[in-house]
Design a protein. Structure first.
Ligand code: ZN
Length: 178
């Protein structure tokens, strides 16, 4: 098991829809372990397989004491309530902007043995489940920003230098970086 390199914005895999998992084998369990170790190493709150270069529908999350993973997740929204707030992404170091999301989310998926499992999330966990499932569809948080915010974010991204040592914002909120 290993901490894997995190793919940054500009890598085409981040814009590519991931494939459903079909083999519930040791390789899948190793992928979940690598995702978990990489997430912990990066001190983030969520990480999807395409972010480490694997085009499969798997993500891990660590929001407060709620930790876990989902294979082949599908989202369901029990109501119309929304939330607005700052969000970051491990594939966009140092970039934090407001993103509107649904407040309540139910994610249904499978364990690494293929058994059904469901995660019910509100607030930050709901945000995380939406952000990670978007990653599996090749959708990024900049695609969810309103037009003015996205414009600001794209400017900050163009000015960011991710080739050198990444300078992290002092107000970095590790519980909202997915
Ligand atoms: Zn992300």
């Amino acid at each position: 098991m290993a901490i894997r390199g995190i793919r940054l914005f500009g890598d085409p895999i981040l814009k590519t829809a991931a494939d459903p998992v079909r083999d519930f084998d040791k390789q899948l369990r190793n992928l979940v372990k690598d995702l978990t170790e990489t997430l912990d190493g990066a001190q983030g709150a969520g990480l999807a397989a395409p972010q480490i270069g694997v085009g499969l529908r798997v993500f891990v999350y660590a929001v407060g004491s709620e930790r876990g993973y989902l294979v082949n997740p599908e989202l369901d929204f029990p109501d119309d309530a929304e939330q607005d707030g700052e969000e970051g992404c491990l594939s966009f170091p140092g970039i934090y902007y407001d993103v509107k999301r649904r407040l309540n989310t139910v994610a249904r998926g499978l364990t690494d043995r293929g058994d059904p499992v469901q995660v019910v999330g509100t607030e930050v966990l709901a945000r995380c489940l939406q952000h990670e499932t978007d990653h599996l569809d090749g959708v990024l948080f900049i695609d969810r920003m309103d037009q003015a915010t996205r414009k600001q974010a794209m400017k900050a991204i163009r000015e960011a230098n991710w080739d050198g040592p990444v300078k992290l914002s002092p107000h970095r909120m590790t519980d909202r970086i997915f």
